[in-house]
Design a protein around this ligand. Structure first.
Ligand code: FAD
Length: 380
């Protein structure tokens, strides 16, 4: 076992942190209040190689692994979880579905554009009636004359309103349940394809989350991604990697909340001394630091296994479950350490408190992670 970062990983963390502090930090609250999607930042991240870090250089990616990818998501999320989730949905859901399951033609058409940030990607599985039970998808795709006609609507799609490319799941064989769903890549501007309502959210407000509508949307058969009827099964494989990025999102935000709390506790004086000298405050900081370390170790194990081509269903669900729940606890304690100031928007912990909640919901709720882990445990 080797618990050391490589010099390249240390350099990467420093570079992303510097970028996030210089380019993102000054705008975080303004974007949050106005729900402004940080398009310019996304373009810059593309130029820096952070929008396609895990893909081979031959496809325009940075050729990095999942540990490096986690470091990128952590450092962006330490400053603004909205930017973290934008990059995560684009990379490990949309682009990765095409990379893993697409044809050579699909990979070479989409990956270089997505990895450079020229195009933004989104990934639509969830529907109004099919959330945790995503196999209950109703959107359908019917094949005739070499074209699929897609009808239905998806909900809660991250990046929907800014995406140039959408990977969406639709039923292709109603009688086959989980083995009757296929994935399709649809480009912005395709007739019958549009976005609907953009949600007004509790947190991660600078990221755009919303409806994607297919109204007699016709795409050539060549736009199907992966084997016919295997789109749902492929989605579960994509989510194994996606959960590593939600864990990294949670860890980054928890780290941001902890850093702010440590700083504040040394500056804030009550009863004539810094509150960091009170044991009750120290214990909160200790529990926060321990949980961040534990979450990071769980996630790097999943990332390490992923980079070696190992199956990570159990490990990524464990990392996501623990990191998401720990981040919610940590952000709560961060507000507590700030006292009344934690409740107002002049301090960053108020926003972390709202933003982290997504981590126990998106890409499978905590209850569903427990279900996934239980299935894996009971197999042995
Ligand atoms: C900000 C945001 C971004 C998102 N981005 C995307 C995206 O890019 N693409 C995408 O496809 N989806 C996305 N989602 C959707 C997300 O993955 C779903 O919201 C999530 O899977 C839960 O589905 P649901 O909201 O329908 O809740 P439901 O499935 O209705 O769950 C409601 C409650 O019931 C519990 N529950 C349900 N079934 C069980 C069970 N069998 N056992 C125990 N408890 C159960 C749940 O855990 C939850 O507590 C996003 C959601 C949000 C909020």
């Amino acid at each position: 076992m080797d618990f050391e970062y490589t010099p390249d990983q240390i350099h990467l963390r420093k570079a992303v942190r510097e970028f996030a502090e210089a380019e993102i930090a000054p705008h975080v609250m303004e974007w949050d209040e106005a729900q402004t999607f940080p398009l310019e930042i996304v373009k810059k991240l593309g130029k820096l190689g952070y929008m396609g870090s895990i893909f081979p250089e031959s496809l325009g990616g940075a050729g990095l692994g999942y540990i490096e990818y986690s470091i990128i998501i952590e450092e962006l999320s330490r400053v603004d979880g909205s930017v973290g989730i934008i990059v995560a949905a684009h990379t490990s859901l949309c682009s990765n579905h095409i990379f893993k399951m697409g044809t050579d033609e699909q990979r070479s058409r989409y990956l270089p554009r997505l990895a450079s940030g020229e195009w933004i990607g989104c990934w639509s599985l969830t529907e109004p009636e099919a959330g945790s039970d995503a196999a209950g998808t109703r959107t359908k795709a019917v094949l005739s004359d070499g074209h699929y006609t897609i009808n239905g609507s998806k909900t809660f799609t991250t990046n929907a309103h800014y995406a140039d490319v959408c990977v969406a799941m639709a039923v292709t064989d109603r009688s086959a349940a989980q083995h009757g769903i296929s994935a399709f890549v649809v480009e912005k501007g395709t007739p019958g394809f549009r976005c609907g309502k953009k949600e007004n959210k509790l947190g991660l407000r600078a990221s755009a989350t919303g409806e994607v509508i297919f109204d007699n949307c016709r795409v050539p058969e060549s736009q199907r991604v992966g084997e016919l009827n295997e789109g749902f099964v492929d989605s579960l494989k994509v989510l194994d990697g996606g959960r590593i990025s939600i864990a990294a999102l949670a860890i980054g935000m928890a780290q941001g909340a902890y850093d702010a709390s440590l700083r504040y506790s040394k500056l804030r004086k009550q009863f004539g001394r810094p509150i960091s000298e009170f044991q009750a405050v120290q214990h909160k900081l200790v529990d926060m630091a321990v949980e961040i370390d534990a979450a990071r170790l769980l996630n790097y194990r999943a990332a390490w296994m992923m980079d070696r081509g190992m199956r990570v269903t159990r490990e990524s669900a464990m990392a996501k479950l623990f990191a998401g729940e720990a981040a919610v606890r940590i952000a709560g304690e961060a507000v507590q350490i700030h006292g009344g100031y934690g409740f107002i928007k002049d301090y960053p912990v108020e926003k972390f408190y709202r933003d982290v909640k997504l981590c126990t919901i998106g890409e499978g709720t905590s209850e569903i992670q427990r279900l996934v882990i239980a299935r894996q445990l009971l197999k042995s």
